[in-house]
Design a protein around this ligand. Structure first.
Ligand SMILES: [Zn+2]
Length: 160
């Protein structure tokens, strides 16, 4: 699920290095901050703050195309796609942390579950049409580094 958009990007060393603003439904969103960015094969993702909302933008490096991947605080934009934005409060973050043993940052060999699946279990929501907005960062119990919903984790064995 994604929406093609037009993005203005600042090109430094590489093309489209940093998004500066985008247009959606005839509204121009100026990007104030890039809060996070990560790569997957062939694509670059940016978590940005624009007009008080957070969005995930995806840049397809092969086709030079931008898509709006998700809107954390912009649930209304996704009403047409039936995407549900679930706000995860600190108690839920703590509960989810207790269900994991380690993360891809400290135990890359064992981490095979997306952290979002753990959140699915705790919140009772889930599926492709759910986006999580964490009100505070989750931390790996093993290495104490921050775990985001798209990272892989190792689940703690369930007690019977
Ligand atoms: Zn870890």
């Amino acid at each position: 699920m994604s929406i093609p958009i037009h993005v203005d990007a600042y090109s430094g060393y590489r093309l489209n290095e940093r998004p500066q603003g985008f247009e959606l439904d005839d509204v121009y969103y100026r990007i104030y901050a890039v809060e996070d960015q990560w790569y997957s094969p062939g694509a670059q993702f940016f978590k940005v703050r624009a007009d008080g909302k957070r969005f995930i933008l995806r840049y397809d490096q092969e086709h030079h195309e931008w898509t709006l991947q998700s809107a954390y605080d912009g649930a209304e934009l996704f009403a047409r796609c039936d995407v549900q934005v679930i706000t995860v409060d600190p108690a839920v973050v703590r509960t989810a942390e207790k269900l994991i043993e380690s993360c891809e940052q400290c135990h890359p060999e064992d981490a095979e579950w997306p952290f979002a699946w753990v959140l699915d279990q705790v919140t009772g929501h889930g599926g492709d049409r759910t986006d999580y907005l964490m009100t505070e960062p989750a931390r790996c119990p093993n290495c104490r580094r921050e775990v985001t919903e798209h990272m892989l984790v190792e689940r703690r064995p369930q007690e019977e």
